[in-house]
Design a protein around this ligand. Structure first.
Ligand code: SF4
Ligand code: SF4
Length: 257
C-alpha cells in the first residue's frame, strides 16, 4: 500500500513525548484559514518553490524531460539556487516503517516514537493502518488529527495508535464552517467516542487571534473535552510566508497582535 508524504521530520520535540519522527501525510479536507502547512492541503504531489528568493529568471519553467518533473510545470533540477522541490513523495508502508525504525534507539532512550500528522492523516486511512500495524509493539505510535473523518475510519486508525492528539478548533457549527470550510458534527461525534474509548489522548485548540481564542469558544470547548487532557497551541506567525511557495494566498482575515 502506497501513501503520499510531504515531509518526514526527525528529532521532533513538539509532536508528542520524547524525541520522535513525524510523518506529514498529504491531503486535508479542511481549509482552516490559519493553516501553517499549505503544502499539505492538496492530496496530490505538487511543486514547491521558495518564492522569497526566486529571481524569476524563468530557467525552471523551460520544458525538461526528467520523468520526476513531468506534471509539475517546473524542472526540479535546473534552478541555480536549488529553490524548486516537489511536495509529495510516495512511500510503500513497508519501506517507510523500515526507515522510521532506524531511529528506534533514539525513541527508546527518550520515551519517544513515531507521530503521524498532516495534512490530515485520516485522508489516507488505509495507508496509516498498514504503517501503524507494521510499527505495533516496536515503537510508540501517536496520531495528530483534526478528527474530521467518518466514525468507522476514525475508530479504525485510532485503534492502531498508542496516543491521539485531536483538535477541537471551534465549538460553534457555523463558525467552524466559516473558518475551516467544513461543519464540526463528525468531529464532535468522534470526540465523544474518543473520550469514552479508553485510548490515551489529548484535545488541542490552536489559539487563532479573533477566531478561536474567545472566552465563549474556549469555555464551550472545555465542556466538550470534559475531563480529558487539553492543550492550547499558540498561533504560528510564520504560516503566511509559505503560501506563495505552493501558489496559494494566505487569508487577510487574521490579524495577529
Ligand atoms: S530557476 Fe530558480 S530563480 Fe529561476 S525562476 Fe526558477 S525558482 Fe526562480
Ligand atoms: S486541519 Fe490542519 S492541515 Fe488541515 S487545514 Fe486545518 S490546520 Fe491545515
Amino acid at each position: 500500500m502506497k501513501g503520499l508524504v510531504f515531509d518526514i521530520k526527525e528529532f521532533a520535540l513538539n509532536d508528542g513525548a520524547g524525541i520522535r519522527t513525524t510523518v506529514f501525510l498529504k491531503g486535508c479536507p479542511l481549509r482552516c484559514i490559519w493553516c501553517h502547512n499549505p503544502e499539505g492541503l492538496s492530496p496530490h504531489r505538487e511543486v514547491y518553490v521558495r518564492e522569497s528568493r526566486c529571481t524569476h529568471c524563468g530557467l525552471c519553467l523551460r520544458p525538461c524531460t526528467h520523468p520526476e518533473c513531468q506534471g509539475l510545470g517546473r524542472c526540479l533540477h535546473i534552478c541555480p539556487q536549488n529553490l524548486v522541490s516537489a511536495a509529495g513523495v510516495e512511500w510503500e508502508s513497508a519501506a517507510l516503517a523500515r526507515r522510521l525504525l532506524e531511529q528506534s534507539d533514539v525513541y527508546e532512550s527518550t520515551g519517544g516514537g513515531v507521530t503521524l500528522s498532516g495534512g490530515e492523516p485520516l485522508q489516507q486511512a488505509e495507508f496509516c493502518v498498514g504503517l501503524l500495524e507494521r510499527l505495533r509493539g516496536r515503537v510508540h505510535r501517536t496520531l495528530e488529527t483534526s478528527g474530521y473523518a467518518a466514525p468507522g475510519v476514525f475508530r479504525q486508525v485510532v485503534s492502531q495508535c498508542d496516543f491521539v492528539y485531536m483538535d477541537l478548533k471551534l465549538a460553534d457549527r457555523a463558525a467552524h464552517i466559516e473558518y475551516t470550510g467544513v461543519p464540526n458534527d463528525r468531529i464532535l461525534e468522534n470526540a465523544v467516542w474518543l473520550r469514552r474509548s479508553g485510548k490515551p489522548h489529548c484535545f488541542r485548540t490552536p489559539l487563532i487571534p479573533g477566531i478561536t481564542d474567545s472566552e465563549e469558544n474556549l469555555r464551550a470547548i472545555a465542556r466538550i473535552a470534559g475531563d480529558s487532557p487539553t492543550e492550547l497551541l499558540p498561533y504560528n506567525p510564520l504560516a503566511p510566508a509559505k503560501y506563495p511557495n505552493v501558489g496559494r494566498r494566505f487569508s487577510d482575515r487574521i490579524r495577529p497582535g
